[in-house]
Design a protein around this ligand. Structure first.
Ligand code: ATP
Ligand code: MG
Length: 470
C-alpha cells in the first residue's frame, strides 16, 4: 500500500530518477514532471498529497509554479528544492507558502523527514476539517430545545451514539419528542444523505403491517395488484424508525426479529431474499419490559432492539425548558400561521409553568397554536391558554360539546379551528354513545382503530372517562 502520492518537478532527469527510486523504496507513489505545464496537468488529474518543486526550472521559476499549483489545490504541501547557497530564495519560498525546502545535493534522511512531517501536517489539517464538519452536524440539534440538565445529558448521549450503527431504543411518553430525536440521530450519522423512513406500527392495521414493512409480490394476496417495496427496502443505506414498536402485533414479531438478525427478509410471496443495510431506531411510549412480562411482546425481540436505550423525560420533569420551548414554538407557529405574535404576558407564562403537561411538548405546541390563532395583538394573554374549546385543552369536554353550535353572533374562528372543535365534540358524543368502546366507536366513525386512537390523542380525550363504571 502506498503511503502517499508525490509529484516531483525538476528539469534534471537524473535527479528525478534518483529521488523517484528513493521514494518508491519508501513506499510512496511518484509522478515526475520536467515542466510547469506537465506538473499542472498531473495535479489536475491525480490526487497528489505533496509536491517537490525545483526553484530553478528551465522555462519557469519554481516560485511562480508553486503559486499556480496552489491555485489548483491550496492545501497542497510544496517542498522547494534549491541549489547550494541560495538560502534567500528558500526563505522567500516559505514566506510565499512553501511547506519547507531542501538543498541540493539532497540528503536522503532530510528528504524522508520533511516529507513525513508535511504529510502528517496535511493529515491533521484534513482531520480538523472533518471535526468542524462534525460540529456543523451538531448544529442540527439546534432545532431541539434542551436547556435543562436532564435534556443536555440526553443530547450529549445522542450525539455520541449517532455515529454508531447499533439499534437505538427511544422510550418516552407521548409528545416528548421521540421522533424529533430519531431524526436528529439520523442527521448526525453518516447515513444523513440517505433515506430516513418512519413507520408508525400502531397506525397500520395488522393485516397490512407485514406488507408495509417488507413489501410484497404482485398477486401474493387479495388486493396485491402490484408488487411493492416495503419500508425496510426503501430505507436501504439509511435509517428506519419503527415508531410505537410496542404495538407491533405478536404475529409479525418473529419475522421482524429474523430481519433484524439477518439483515435480510422475504417480501410476502417473494422467493428471493432482500438484503438491506439499515440502521434501526425504535420508539415506544409503552414500558416494553412490562409488555414482555404480560406476554404481549417477545422477549428475544425486546433484547434485540434494547441495545442503546434513550429515555426522554416528560415535560413536567424539566419545566425549566418550558420558557425556551415557548419562544421556539411561538416563533415557529407564528411563521406558519403568518401571524405577528411575539410573546406572552407574565401571567400567561405562569399558567404554562404551573400546568402538568400530560401531553408533553406536543400538548404545549397545540395550546400555543390555539392561542396564536386566537390572539388579536402581538402578545398572548393568559385567557387564550387552555381556553374552553381549544383542541388539546384536556378536560374541557363540556365546552367542546357546546362549541358545535356555531355562534350566531360573536367572533368567527378559522375553518381549521372550527373543524377541530367539531371533531372533538363529535368524538365526545360518539364515545358517550358507545360507553367508551373504542372498537364500536371506530366502526361507527369509519376509522381504523389505530387512526381512531390517534384522533383521541390529538384532542386529549381519555377513553377511560367514558367507560361505565356501574
Ligand atoms: N425538545 C424539543 N424541542 C423542540 N420541539 C420539540 C421538542 N420535543 C418535541 N418537540 C415538538 O413536539 C412535537 C412532538 O414531538 P414528537 O412527534 O417527536 O414526539 P413523540 O414523542 O414522537 O410523540 P408521540 O408519542 O405522540 O408520537 C413535535 O411537533 C416536535 O417538533
Ligand atoms: Mg411519535
Amino acid at each position: 500500500m502506498h503511503t502517499g502520492k508525490i509529484l516531483i518537478v525538476d528539469d534534471d532527469h537524473n535527479l528525478l530518477e534518483l529521488v523517484r527510486t528513493r521514494l518508491e523504496a519508501a513506499n510512496y507513489e511518484v509522478i515526475t514532471a520536467v515542466k510547469g505545464e506537465e506538473a499542472k496537468e498531473a495535479l489536475n488529474g491525480n490526487s497528489i498529497d505533496l509536491s517537490i518543486v525545483d526553484l530553478k526550472l528551465a522555462g519557469q521559476d519554481g516560485m511562480s509554479l508553486m503559486g499556480e499549483l496552489h491555485a489548483i489545490n491550496p492545501a497542497l504541501p510544496v517542498i522547494i528544492l534549491t541549489g547550494y547557497g541560495s538560502i534567500e530564495g528558500a526563505v522567500e519560498a516559505i514566506k510565499k507558502g512553501a511547506y519547507g525546502y531542501l538543498t541540493k545535493p539532497i540528503d536522503p534522511t532530510e528528504l524522508q523527514l520533511q516529507i513525513g512531517r508535511a504529510l502528517e501536517n496535511r493529515r491533521l489539517v484534513s482531520e480538523n476539517v472533518r471535526l468542524k464538519e462534525l460540529l456543523k452536524e451538531k448544529y442540527d440539534f439546534t432545532n431541539i430545545v434542551a436547556k435543562s440538565d436532564i435534556m443536555q445529558k440526553v443530547l450529549a448521549g445522542v450525539s455520541r451514539i449517532a455515529q454508531a450503527e447499533s439499534t437505538v431504543y427511544i422510550h418516552g411518553e407521548s409528545g416528548t419528542g421521540k421522533e424529533v430525536i430519531a431524526k436528529a440521530i439520523h442527521l448526525a450519522s453518516e447515513r444523513k444523505n440517505k433515506p430516513f423512513v418512519a413507520i408508525n406500527c400502531a397506525a397500520v392495521p395488522e393485516a397490512l403491517l407485514e406488507s408495509e414493512l417488507f413489501g410484497h409480490e404482485k398477486g401474493s394476496f387479495t388486493g396485491a395488484v402490484r408488487s411493492t417495496k416495503g419500508y425496510f427496502a426503501q430505507a436501504h443505506e439509511g435509517t428506519i424508525l419503527l415508531d410505537e414498536i410496542g404495538d407491533m402485533p405478536l404475529s409479525i414479531q418473529p419475522k421482524l426479529l429474523r430481519a433484524l438478525e439477518e439483515r435480510q427478509f422475504y417480501p410476502i410471496g417473494g422467493e428471493k431474499p432482500i438484503h438491506v443495510d439499515v440502521r434501526v431506531i425504535v420508539a415506544t411510549k409503552k414500558d416494553l419490559a412490562e409488555e414482555v412480562k404480560k406476554g404481549l411482546f417477545r422477549e428475544d425481540l425486546f433484547y434485540r432492539i434494547h441495545v442503546i436505550p434513550v429515555r426522554l423525560p416528560p415535560l413536567r420533569e424539566r419545566k425549566e425548558d418550558i420558557p425556551h420551548l415557548v419562544s421556539h414554538l411561538l416563533q415557529k407557529i407564528a411563521r406558519q400561521l403568518k401571524k405577528d405574535v411575539k410573546g406572552l404576558t407574565p401571567q400567561a407564562m405562569k399558567k404554562l409553568m404551573l400546568h402538568d403537561w400530560p401531553g408533553n411538548v406536543r400538548e404545549l405546541e397545540n395550546v400555543l397554536e390555539y392561542a396564536v390563532t386566537m390572539a388579536e395583538g402581538e402578545i398572548v394573554t393568559a385567557e387564550l391558554l387552555f381556553e374552553t374549546g381549544a383542541p388539546m385543552a384536556v378536560g374541557s369536554q363540556e365546552s367542546a360539546r357546546r362549541a358545535v353550535l356555531l355562534p350566531v353572533d360573536g367572533p368567527l374562528n378559522s375553518l381549521k379551528q372550527a373543524r377541530a372543535e367539531f371533531e372533538k365534540a363529535y368524538l365526545i358524543r360518539l364515545l358517550e354513545h358507545c360507553s367508551g368502546s373504542a372498537a364500536k366507536a371506530a366502526e361507527i366513525a369509519g376509522k381504523y382503530r389505530a387512526d381512531f386512537y390517534d384522533l383521541l390523542k390529538k384532542h386529549g380525550i381519555n377513553l377511560q372517562e367514558f367507560k361505565k363504571t356501574d
